[in-house]
Design a protein around this ligand. Structure first.
Ligand code: BG6
Length: 479
Protein backbone atom coordinates (compact mmCIF):
# COMPACT_ATOMS: atom_id res chain seq x y z
CA UNK A 1 0.00 0.00 0.00
CA UNK A 2 1.15 3.53 -0.62
CA UNK A 3 1.74 5.26 2.72
CA UNK A 4 -0.44 8.16 3.84
CA UNK A 5 1.19 11.43 2.79
CA UNK A 6 2.92 9.82 -0.20
CA UNK A 7 3.78 12.63 -2.62
CA UNK A 8 2.09 12.35 -6.01
CA UNK A 9 2.81 14.75 -8.83
CA UNK A 10 4.94 15.06 -11.95
CA UNK A 11 8.17 16.61 -13.20
CA UNK A 12 9.63 19.06 -15.71
CA UNK A 13 12.87 20.98 -16.17
CA UNK A 14 13.39 24.67 -16.80
CA UNK A 15 14.76 24.81 -20.34
CA UNK A 16 12.39 22.06 -21.50
CA UNK A 17 9.24 23.94 -20.50
CA UNK A 18 9.84 27.58 -19.69
CA UNK A 19 10.68 29.25 -22.99
CA UNK A 20 11.20 33.02 -22.50
CA UNK A 21 14.81 32.17 -23.17
CA UNK A 22 15.88 35.80 -23.48
CA UNK A 23 13.15 37.53 -21.51
CA UNK A 24 13.22 39.58 -18.29
CA UNK A 25 16.99 39.63 -18.10
CA UNK A 26 17.66 35.94 -18.76
CA UNK A 27 20.56 35.21 -21.03
CA UNK A 28 21.36 32.05 -22.97
CA UNK A 29 22.17 28.75 -21.32
CA UNK A 30 24.16 26.08 -23.14
CA UNK A 31 20.81 24.39 -23.90
CA UNK A 32 19.64 27.45 -25.84
CA UNK A 33 22.70 27.03 -28.02
CA UNK A 34 22.66 23.20 -28.25
CA UNK A 35 18.99 23.19 -29.21
CA UNK A 36 19.47 25.85 -31.91
CA UNK A 37 21.99 23.47 -33.41
CA UNK A 38 19.58 20.50 -33.16
CA UNK A 39 16.95 22.58 -34.94
CA UNK A 40 19.38 23.22 -37.80
CA UNK A 41 20.59 19.63 -37.98
CA UNK A 42 17.48 17.58 -37.20
CA UNK A 43 14.53 20.00 -37.23
CA UNK A 44 13.92 19.59 -33.49
CA UNK A 45 12.36 22.60 -31.74
CA UNK A 46 14.59 25.20 -30.11
CA UNK A 47 14.30 26.06 -26.42
CA UNK A 48 13.21 29.64 -27.23
CA UNK A 49 9.54 28.99 -26.49
CA UNK A 50 9.50 25.35 -25.38
CA UNK A 51 6.09 24.93 -23.67
CA UNK A 52 5.99 28.60 -22.69
CA UNK A 53 5.50 27.78 -19.02
CA UNK A 54 7.07 31.12 -18.13
CA UNK A 55 3.84 32.73 -19.32
CA UNK A 56 1.47 29.86 -18.54
CA UNK A 57 2.64 28.92 -15.05
CA UNK A 58 -0.59 29.95 -13.32
CA UNK A 59 -2.67 27.91 -15.73
CA UNK A 60 -0.28 24.96 -15.36
CA UNK A 61 -0.40 25.04 -11.57
CA UNK A 62 -4.21 25.23 -11.72
CA UNK A 63 -4.21 22.09 -13.88
CA UNK A 64 -1.84 20.34 -11.45
CA UNK A 65 -4.19 21.23 -8.62
CA UNK A 66 -7.16 19.91 -10.58
CA UNK A 67 -5.28 16.64 -11.12
CA UNK A 68 -4.66 16.41 -7.37
CA UNK A 69 -0.87 16.83 -7.35
CA UNK A 70 0.69 17.07 -3.90
CA UNK A 71 4.14 17.79 -5.36
CA UNK A 72 5.73 19.24 -8.48
CA UNK A 73 9.36 18.75 -9.40
CA UNK A 74 10.85 21.52 -11.52
CA UNK A 75 14.29 23.00 -11.99
CA UNK A 76 15.62 26.52 -11.67
CA UNK A 77 17.39 27.99 -14.69
CA UNK A 78 20.80 29.15 -13.49
CA UNK A 79 20.94 31.74 -16.30
CA UNK A 80 17.60 33.23 -15.22
CA UNK A 81 19.02 33.82 -11.72
CA UNK A 82 22.56 34.73 -12.80
CA UNK A 83 22.41 35.62 -16.51
CA UNK A 84 26.21 35.74 -16.64
CA UNK A 85 26.62 32.65 -14.51
CA UNK A 86 27.98 34.67 -11.58
CA UNK A 87 27.92 38.28 -10.36
CA UNK A 88 24.66 40.08 -9.67
CA UNK A 89 21.37 38.16 -9.52
CA UNK A 90 18.59 39.09 -11.93
CA UNK A 91 15.63 40.39 -9.85
CA UNK A 92 12.97 39.42 -12.38
CA UNK A 93 14.33 35.91 -12.69
CA UNK A 94 14.49 35.54 -8.92
CA UNK A 95 10.90 36.79 -8.67
CA UNK A 96 9.64 34.32 -11.27
CA UNK A 97 10.51 31.34 -9.06
CA UNK A 98 9.02 33.04 -5.99
CA UNK A 99 5.82 33.47 -7.98
CA UNK A 100 5.84 29.85 -9.12
CA UNK A 101 6.54 28.55 -5.61
CA UNK A 102 3.81 30.75 -4.09
CA UNK A 103 1.33 29.58 -6.70
CA UNK A 104 2.20 25.96 -5.94
CA UNK A 105 1.99 26.38 -2.19
CA UNK A 106 -1.34 28.18 -2.46
CA UNK A 107 -2.56 25.13 -4.41
CA UNK A 108 -1.30 22.76 -1.69
CA UNK A 109 1.51 21.46 -3.90
CA UNK A 110 4.96 20.85 -2.42
CA UNK A 111 7.78 22.14 -4.63
CA UNK A 112 10.64 19.71 -5.28
CA UNK A 113 13.40 21.87 -6.70
CA UNK A 114 16.28 20.72 -8.89
CA UNK A 115 19.21 23.12 -8.85
CA UNK A 116 20.73 22.10 -12.15
CA UNK A 117 19.19 20.34 -15.14
CA UNK A 118 21.69 20.52 -18.02
CA UNK A 119 21.47 24.30 -18.51
CA UNK A 120 24.84 25.85 -17.66
CA UNK A 121 24.86 29.60 -18.40
CA UNK A 122 26.37 30.16 -21.83
CA UNK A 123 28.44 33.02 -20.42
CA UNK A 124 30.43 30.47 -18.38
CA UNK A 125 30.96 28.30 -21.44
CA UNK A 126 32.32 31.32 -23.27
CA UNK A 127 34.40 32.46 -20.30
CA UNK A 128 36.13 29.20 -19.43
CA UNK A 129 34.46 26.22 -21.15
CA UNK A 130 31.69 25.63 -18.60
CA UNK A 131 31.86 22.17 -17.07
CA UNK A 132 35.21 21.50 -18.74
CA UNK A 133 36.86 23.79 -16.22
CA UNK A 134 37.17 23.33 -12.45
CA UNK A 135 36.31 26.98 -11.98
CA UNK A 136 32.68 26.02 -12.41
CA UNK A 137 32.68 24.46 -8.95
CA UNK A 138 33.08 27.90 -7.35
CA UNK A 139 30.40 29.45 -9.51
CA UNK A 140 28.02 26.58 -8.87
CA UNK A 141 28.68 26.88 -5.13
CA UNK A 142 27.72 30.58 -5.20
CA UNK A 143 24.62 29.82 -7.26
CA UNK A 144 23.54 26.99 -4.93
CA UNK A 145 24.14 29.15 -1.85
CA UNK A 146 21.99 31.87 -3.35
CA UNK A 147 19.17 29.38 -4.06
CA UNK A 148 19.02 27.84 -0.61
CA UNK A 149 19.18 31.23 1.11
CA UNK A 150 16.59 32.80 -1.20
CA UNK A 151 14.10 29.91 -1.44
CA UNK A 152 15.03 27.74 1.53
CA UNK A 153 12.17 29.06 3.69
CA UNK A 154 9.66 27.82 1.13
CA UNK A 155 11.36 24.79 -0.35
CA UNK A 156 12.06 21.74 1.80
CA UNK A 157 13.01 19.12 -0.81
CA UNK A 158 16.03 19.78 -3.01
CA UNK A 159 17.68 17.74 -5.71
CA UNK A 160 21.12 18.89 -6.75
CA UNK A 161 22.28 17.86 -10.21
CA UNK A 162 20.12 16.02 -12.69
CA UNK A 163 21.47 12.76 -14.09
CA UNK A 164 25.25 12.82 -13.83
CA UNK A 165 25.43 9.32 -15.33
CA UNK A 166 23.48 10.42 -18.39
CA UNK A 167 25.66 13.52 -18.74
CA UNK A 168 28.70 11.20 -18.87
CA UNK A 169 27.09 8.97 -21.51
CA UNK A 170 25.44 11.60 -23.69
CA UNK A 171 27.69 14.55 -23.01
CA UNK A 172 27.04 16.42 -26.25
CA UNK A 173 23.29 16.62 -25.62
CA UNK A 174 23.71 17.65 -22.02
CA UNK A 175 26.82 19.86 -22.14
CA UNK A 176 28.34 22.05 -24.79
CA UNK A 177 31.36 20.06 -25.98
CA UNK A 178 33.52 21.56 -28.77
CA UNK A 179 33.73 19.47 -31.98
CA UNK A 180 37.45 18.85 -31.59
CA UNK A 181 36.88 16.85 -28.39
CA UNK A 182 34.55 14.34 -30.02
CA UNK A 183 37.06 12.05 -31.73
CA UNK A 184 37.09 9.51 -28.91
CA UNK A 185 40.46 10.62 -27.52
CA UNK A 186 38.98 12.86 -24.87
CA UNK A 187 36.67 10.52 -23.03
CA UNK A 188 38.52 11.20 -19.78
CA UNK A 189 36.84 14.60 -19.77
CA UNK A 190 33.47 12.95 -19.29
CA UNK A 191 34.67 11.61 -15.95
CA UNK A 192 36.41 14.86 -15.11
CA UNK A 193 33.15 16.76 -15.59
CA UNK A 194 31.47 14.16 -13.41
CA UNK A 195 34.10 14.72 -10.71
CA UNK A 196 33.41 18.46 -10.72
CA UNK A 197 29.72 17.64 -10.43
CA UNK A 198 30.42 15.38 -7.46
CA UNK A 199 32.11 18.31 -5.74
CA UNK A 200 29.14 20.55 -6.59
CA UNK A 201 26.70 17.94 -5.35
CA UNK A 202 28.50 17.65 -2.00
CA UNK A 203 28.66 21.44 -1.61
CA UNK A 204 24.95 21.71 -2.35
CA UNK A 205 24.08 18.97 0.17
CA UNK A 206 26.08 20.78 2.84
CA UNK A 207 24.37 24.08 1.98
CA UNK A 208 20.89 22.61 2.32
CA UNK A 209 21.83 21.01 5.63
CA UNK A 210 23.20 24.36 6.86
CA UNK A 211 20.53 26.78 5.66
CA UNK A 212 17.27 24.81 5.33
CA UNK A 213 16.25 23.75 8.84
CA UNK A 214 14.06 20.76 7.91
CA UNK A 215 15.48 20.42 4.40
CA UNK A 216 16.34 17.16 2.69
CA UNK A 217 18.60 16.83 -0.32
CA UNK A 218 19.87 14.27 -2.80
CA UNK A 219 20.89 13.88 -6.42
CA UNK A 220 18.48 12.95 -9.19
CA UNK A 221 20.10 10.08 -11.02
CA UNK A 222 19.20 8.61 -14.41
CA UNK A 223 19.19 4.94 -13.49
CA UNK A 224 18.57 1.71 -15.38
CA UNK A 225 18.92 -1.66 -13.75
CA UNK A 226 21.08 -3.90 -15.90
CA UNK A 227 20.45 -7.56 -16.73
CA UNK A 228 22.93 -10.04 -18.24
CA UNK A 229 22.00 -11.07 -21.80
CA UNK A 230 22.28 -14.75 -20.84
CA UNK A 231 23.09 -16.80 -17.74
CA UNK A 232 26.59 -17.49 -19.14
CA UNK A 233 29.01 -16.54 -16.35
CA UNK A 234 30.85 -14.20 -18.75
CA UNK A 235 27.65 -12.25 -19.43
CA UNK A 236 26.82 -12.12 -15.72
CA UNK A 237 30.29 -10.72 -15.04
CA UNK A 238 29.84 -8.17 -17.84
CA UNK A 239 26.54 -7.17 -16.23
CA UNK A 240 28.35 -6.60 -12.94
CA UNK A 241 30.98 -4.49 -14.71
CA UNK A 242 28.30 -2.39 -16.40
CA UNK A 243 26.51 -2.01 -13.08
CA UNK A 244 29.75 -0.76 -11.50
CA UNK A 245 30.59 1.81 -14.19
CA UNK A 246 27.10 3.00 -15.13
CA UNK A 247 25.38 2.93 -11.72
CA UNK A 248 27.49 2.20 -8.63
CA UNK A 249 30.09 4.74 -9.72
CA UNK A 250 27.48 7.41 -8.88
CA UNK A 251 25.50 5.91 -6.00
CA UNK A 252 28.65 4.98 -4.05
CA UNK A 253 29.66 8.65 -4.21
CA UNK A 254 26.28 9.88 -2.96
CA UNK A 255 26.01 7.46 -0.06
CA UNK A 256 29.52 6.27 0.77
CA UNK A 257 31.56 9.21 -0.49
CA UNK A 258 33.88 6.93 -2.48
CA UNK A 259 34.46 5.97 -6.09
CA UNK A 260 33.36 2.40 -6.76
CA UNK A 261 36.51 0.27 -6.82
CA UNK A 262 35.83 -1.87 -9.90
CA UNK A 263 34.78 1.13 -11.98
CA UNK A 264 37.66 3.25 -10.74
CA UNK A 265 40.19 0.51 -11.49
CA UNK A 266 38.83 0.12 -15.02
CA UNK A 267 38.95 3.87 -15.63
CA UNK A 268 42.50 4.14 -14.28
CA UNK A 269 43.68 1.24 -16.48
CA UNK A 270 42.36 3.08 -19.53
CA UNK A 271 43.47 6.61 -18.65
CA UNK A 272 39.89 7.74 -18.10
CA UNK A 273 39.87 8.41 -14.36
CA UNK A 274 39.38 12.00 -13.20
CA UNK A 275 42.17 14.07 -11.71
CA UNK A 276 41.40 14.38 -8.01
CA UNK A 277 42.93 17.17 -5.93
CA UNK A 278 43.83 17.05 -2.25
CA UNK A 279 40.75 17.45 -0.11
CA UNK A 280 38.27 16.53 -2.88
CA UNK A 281 37.35 13.15 -1.43
CA UNK A 282 36.94 14.63 2.06
CA UNK A 283 34.56 17.23 0.65
CA UNK A 284 32.63 14.55 -1.24
CA UNK A 285 32.40 12.37 1.87
CA UNK A 286 31.12 15.32 3.92
CA UNK A 287 28.17 16.04 1.61
CA UNK A 288 26.03 13.01 2.18
CA UNK A 289 22.60 12.62 0.63
CA UNK A 290 19.37 12.15 2.56
CA UNK A 291 17.68 10.27 -0.27
CA UNK A 292 18.21 9.26 -3.86
CA UNK A 293 15.89 10.57 -6.54
CA UNK A 294 15.60 8.20 -9.48
CA UNK A 295 14.73 8.86 -13.08
CA UNK A 296 13.69 5.46 -14.37
CA UNK A 297 12.47 4.88 -17.92
CA UNK A 298 13.96 1.61 -19.08
CA UNK A 299 16.17 -1.29 -18.07
CA UNK A 300 19.36 -2.16 -19.93
CA UNK A 301 21.14 -5.33 -20.91
CA UNK A 302 24.86 -6.19 -21.05
CA UNK A 303 26.99 -8.97 -22.46
CA UNK A 304 30.63 -9.97 -22.51
CA UNK A 305 32.80 -8.59 -25.30
CA UNK A 306 36.35 -9.32 -26.52
CA UNK A 307 39.23 -7.40 -24.96
CA UNK A 308 40.55 -6.05 -28.25
CA UNK A 309 38.78 -3.17 -29.94
CA UNK A 310 38.03 0.45 -29.27
CA UNK A 311 36.07 2.00 -26.45
CA UNK A 312 32.81 3.20 -27.95
CA UNK A 313 30.73 5.72 -26.00
CA UNK A 314 30.05 8.61 -28.36
CA UNK A 315 26.75 8.32 -30.26
CA UNK A 316 25.90 4.99 -28.63
CA UNK A 317 22.28 4.23 -27.91
CA UNK A 318 20.86 7.24 -29.74
CA UNK A 319 17.74 7.01 -31.90
CA UNK A 320 16.96 10.32 -33.60
CA UNK A 321 14.30 9.19 -36.05
CA UNK A 322 11.70 7.68 -33.70
CA UNK A 323 11.58 4.54 -35.83
CA UNK A 324 12.07 1.37 -33.81
CA UNK A 325 15.45 -0.25 -34.42
CA UNK A 326 17.08 2.91 -35.77
CA UNK A 327 19.58 2.97 -32.93
CA UNK A 328 23.16 4.11 -33.36
CA UNK A 329 25.00 1.21 -31.73
CA UNK A 330 25.78 0.22 -28.17
CA UNK A 331 28.27 1.43 -25.62
CA UNK A 332 31.32 -0.86 -25.61
CA UNK A 333 34.17 -1.17 -23.16
CA UNK A 334 36.36 -3.96 -24.60
CA UNK A 335 36.97 -6.76 -22.14
CA UNK A 336 34.63 -5.15 -19.60
CA UNK A 337 31.12 -5.08 -21.11
CA UNK A 338 29.04 -4.21 -24.11
CA UNK A 339 25.46 -2.96 -23.83
CA UNK A 340 22.93 -4.74 -26.05
CA UNK A 341 19.24 -5.08 -26.80
CA UNK A 342 17.22 -7.21 -24.41
CA UNK A 343 15.34 -9.68 -26.62
CA UNK A 344 12.69 -10.20 -23.93
CA UNK A 345 11.36 -6.66 -23.86
CA UNK A 346 9.31 -4.48 -26.17
CA UNK A 347 10.57 -0.95 -26.70
CA UNK A 348 9.25 2.54 -27.34
CA UNK A 349 9.55 3.97 -30.85
CA UNK A 350 12.88 5.39 -29.70
CA UNK A 351 14.19 1.97 -28.61
CA UNK A 352 13.87 2.39 -24.86
CA UNK A 353 13.07 -1.00 -23.30
CA UNK A 354 9.71 -0.98 -21.50
CA UNK A 355 10.20 -2.80 -18.22
CA UNK A 356 8.01 -2.12 -15.17
CA UNK A 357 9.58 -5.06 -13.32
CA UNK A 358 12.89 -3.24 -13.70
CA UNK A 359 11.48 -0.47 -11.51
CA UNK A 360 10.77 -2.95 -8.70
CA UNK A 361 14.17 -4.56 -9.21
CA UNK A 362 15.93 -1.18 -9.03
CA UNK A 363 14.06 0.01 -5.93
CA UNK A 364 14.64 -3.19 -4.00
CA UNK A 365 18.30 -3.43 -5.00
CA UNK A 366 19.12 0.18 -4.09
CA UNK A 367 17.22 0.08 -0.82
CA UNK A 368 18.93 -3.18 0.16
CA UNK A 369 22.34 -1.71 -0.53
CA UNK A 370 22.01 1.83 0.84
CA UNK A 371 18.97 1.74 3.12
CA UNK A 372 17.98 5.32 2.23
CA UNK A 373 14.59 6.70 1.15
CA UNK A 374 14.01 6.76 -2.59
CA UNK A 375 11.99 9.06 -4.80
CA UNK A 376 10.88 8.56 -8.39
CA UNK A 377 11.50 11.94 -9.97
CA UNK A 378 11.05 10.79 -13.57
CA UNK A 379 9.33 7.87 -15.27
CA UNK A 380 7.28 8.03 -18.43
CA UNK A 381 6.60 7.08 -21.98
CA UNK A 382 7.90 9.17 -24.87
CA UNK A 383 5.34 8.65 -27.64
CA UNK A 384 3.69 10.23 -30.65
CA UNK A 385 0.30 11.61 -29.57
CA UNK A 386 -2.58 12.50 -31.86
CA UNK A 387 -4.87 15.42 -31.22
CA UNK A 388 -8.29 14.31 -32.47
CA UNK A 389 -10.63 16.63 -34.33
CA UNK A 390 -12.76 17.03 -31.25
CA UNK A 391 -9.72 18.10 -29.22
CA UNK A 392 -8.88 14.89 -27.33
CA UNK A 393 -5.72 12.85 -26.80
CA UNK A 394 -6.44 9.17 -26.30
CA UNK A 395 -3.12 8.03 -24.85
CA UNK A 396 -4.09 4.61 -23.49
CA UNK A 397 -0.49 3.43 -24.18
CA UNK A 398 0.79 6.01 -21.66
CA UNK A 399 -1.81 4.96 -19.10
CA UNK A 400 -0.71 1.32 -19.51
CA UNK A 401 2.93 2.31 -19.04
CA UNK A 402 2.30 4.40 -15.94
CA UNK A 403 -0.12 1.88 -14.41
CA UNK A 404 2.37 -0.98 -14.63
CA UNK A 405 5.17 1.14 -13.17
CA UNK A 406 2.98 2.27 -10.27
CA UNK A 407 2.11 -1.39 -9.64
CA UNK A 408 5.82 -2.24 -9.65
CA UNK A 409 6.56 0.59 -7.22
CA UNK A 410 3.76 -0.69 -4.97
CA UNK A 411 5.24 -4.20 -4.96
CA UNK A 412 8.56 -2.73 -3.85
CA UNK A 413 6.86 -0.69 -1.11
CA UNK A 414 4.98 -3.78 0.05
CA UNK A 415 8.33 -5.53 0.42
CA UNK A 416 9.60 -2.79 2.70
CA UNK A 417 11.23 -0.25 0.39
CA UNK A 418 10.81 3.35 1.55
CA UNK A 419 9.59 5.36 -1.45
CA UNK A 420 8.43 8.88 -0.70
CA UNK A 421 7.24 10.30 -4.00
CA UNK A 422 6.26 9.60 -7.58
CA UNK A 423 6.81 12.39 -10.10
CA UNK A 424 6.55 10.95 -13.60
CA UNK A 425 7.83 12.72 -16.66
CA UNK A 426 6.20 14.92 -17.46
CA UNK A 427 3.52 17.21 -16.09
CA UNK A 428 3.06 18.87 -19.47
CA UNK A 429 4.46 18.12 -22.92
CA UNK A 430 7.92 19.57 -23.33
CA UNK A 431 11.05 19.73 -25.42
CA UNK A 432 12.72 16.33 -25.31
CA UNK A 433 16.46 16.37 -24.70
CA UNK A 434 17.09 14.22 -27.76
CA UNK A 435 14.06 14.31 -30.04
CA UNK A 436 12.30 17.67 -30.21
CA UNK A 437 8.66 18.07 -29.21
CA UNK A 438 7.06 15.34 -31.31
CA UNK A 439 8.18 12.79 -28.73
CA UNK A 440 5.68 13.63 -26.03
CA UNK A 441 5.61 12.68 -22.36
CA UNK A 442 3.03 14.96 -20.76
CA UNK A 443 -0.23 14.32 -18.94
CA UNK A 444 -1.21 17.64 -20.52
CA UNK A 445 -0.87 18.20 -24.24
CA UNK A 446 0.84 21.39 -25.41
CA UNK A 447 -0.40 22.40 -28.83
CA UNK A 448 2.74 23.14 -30.80
CA UNK A 449 5.02 21.45 -33.32
CA UNK A 450 8.78 21.42 -33.74
CA UNK A 451 8.78 24.30 -36.17
CA UNK A 452 5.69 26.17 -35.02
CA UNK A 453 5.17 27.10 -31.37
CA UNK A 454 1.57 28.18 -32.17
CA UNK A 455 -0.04 29.34 -28.92
CA UNK A 456 1.00 26.37 -26.74
CA UNK A 457 -2.60 25.79 -25.67
CA UNK A 458 -3.01 23.23 -22.90
CA UNK A 459 -5.30 20.22 -23.38
CA UNK A 460 -5.88 17.47 -20.81
CA UNK A 461 -4.99 14.02 -22.15
CA UNK A 462 -6.86 10.83 -21.17
CA UNK A 463 -3.85 10.07 -18.94
CA UNK A 464 -4.55 13.29 -17.00
CA UNK A 465 -8.05 12.11 -16.04
CA UNK A 466 -6.76 8.63 -15.24
CA UNK A 467 -3.92 9.95 -13.06
CA UNK A 468 -6.38 12.17 -11.19
CA UNK A 469 -8.29 9.02 -10.12
CA UNK A 470 -5.04 7.31 -9.17
CA UNK A 471 -3.99 10.18 -6.93
CA UNK A 472 -7.44 10.57 -5.38
CA UNK A 473 -7.44 6.89 -4.39
CA UNK A 474 -3.76 6.83 -3.32
CA UNK A 475 -3.33 4.30 -6.15
CA UNK A 476 -6.03 1.94 -4.89
CA UNK A 477 -7.85 2.57 -8.18
CA UNK A 478 -5.55 1.97 -11.16
CA UNK A 479 -8.25 0.97 -13.63
C1 BG6 B 1 15.83 12.32 -18.58
C2 BG6 B 1 16.01 13.81 -18.40
O1 BG6 B 1 17.05 11.83 -19.01
O2 BG6 B 1 15.02 11.84 -19.56
C3 BG6 B 1 14.93 14.64 -19.04
O3 BG6 B 1 16.20 14.15 -17.07
C4 BG6 B 1 14.55 14.04 -20.37
O4 BG6 B 1 15.41 15.94 -19.14
C5 BG6 B 1 14.01 12.64 -20.13
O5 BG6 B 1 13.62 14.80 -21.07
C6 BG6 B 1 13.55 11.93 -21.39
O6 BG6 B 1 14.57 11.93 -22.35
P1 BG6 B 1 14.34 12.53 -23.79
O7 BG6 B 1 15.65 12.51 -24.44
O8 BG6 B 1 13.33 11.65 -24.43
O9 BG6 B 1 13.82 13.91 -23.58
Amino acid sequence: MFPKGFLWGASTSAYQVEGAAYEDGKKASQQDIINKDSFQKYGFATADVASDEYHHYKEDVALMKECGFSSYRFSIAWARIFPDGNGEPNPKGVQYYHNLIHELKAAGIEPIVTMYHYDCPWALVEKYGGWLNRQIVDDFAKYAEFLVKEYGKEVRIWTTINEQSIIVQYWTQKCYIPEELLDGNHNQLRYQINHYMNLCHAIACNLVHTYVPDGIVGAALGYSCIYPLTSRPEDCMAMQNAQALRNDYYTDIYFKGIYNKAADTYLKEHGLAPVIENGDMDLIASGTSDFLALNYYASECAKACPADGKIQIQWSGVNRSGKKGDISGFETHPGFYQMCKNPNLDTTDWDWAIDPTGMEYMLRDLYNRYNKPLMITENGLGAYDTLTEDGKIHDSYRIDYLREHIRAMKRAIDKGVEVISYNPWSAIDLLSTSNGVKKRYGLIYVDRTDDDPKNCARIRKDSFYWYKKVIASNAEDLT
